[in-house]
Design a protein around this ligand. Sequence first.
Ligand code: DGL
Length: 275
Amino acid sequence: MPENHHPRLDPIGVFDSGIGGLTVVAALQDLLPSETIFYIGDTARVPYGGKSRRTVERYSIEIGGLLLAEQAKILVVACNTASALAVPRMQDIFKVPVQGVVAPGATAAVMATKNKRIGVIGTRATIASGAYEHAITNRDPETLVCSEACPLLVPLIEEGMFDDPVTDQILKRYLTPLLDQGIDTLVLGCTHYPLLRRAIARITGPGVTLVDSARNCALAVRDLLSSRDLAAPPEHLGRLQVALTDSTEGFLRTAEKALDLQIGDVELRAVQLGE
Ligand code: DGL
């Protein structure tokens, strides 16, 4: 590495099990336009949402290593499942700061609720881990947390069914038990869900505040970069580089359009398949 190299110009390394983490990339670009972002979507092994902690940890550590090979100055785990299951191990292993989406989402939810009743939706693994419940009650032990695994939502979003009666019906089925508990705040605990924000708001109505993990994670990254003197100078123009672990782009172009991102050529990175 050249002697005058300063990590401030190095990329923020972001990863997700697939493409959904681009919601976090969009929020990062919005808030931190000077930062270069290197994103890896583990499309060869998606979904993580039904897998064990051991497997999700192994995958996350491997992808973290690939991002460090790109000189990432910080690792952003833009996947709720990996954040819920693997961030503590990653923080033990990696020397650079590791920022997940669960802690910022929990803080924002506690700040948003007035009646101390918070709903959380996510993948099966995220909900089973109890990570949000734990993070929320740690911040305010008097809060009641109602959680619901919503395994059908990721496929609906990947099919681009953002405004569709089928999606609304499934959302109604998942959200009714939470609404019956009187929640006034709902954590969108999966990277894909911000794309469904409008449909979710149609079901919950205006009385429920939707907490988006993408925006809150970007705010946490901004604070972390400035506290470690790692923020890129304001005159620097950030770029976005995207790599996938499988050559099929699948949902990539739908997300690119929905999130108004500019993604050029996509690179490929190899990962270990199998158990
Ligand atoms: N990225 C995952 C999450 O945020 C959703 C997709 C998956 O199951 O891998 O939980």
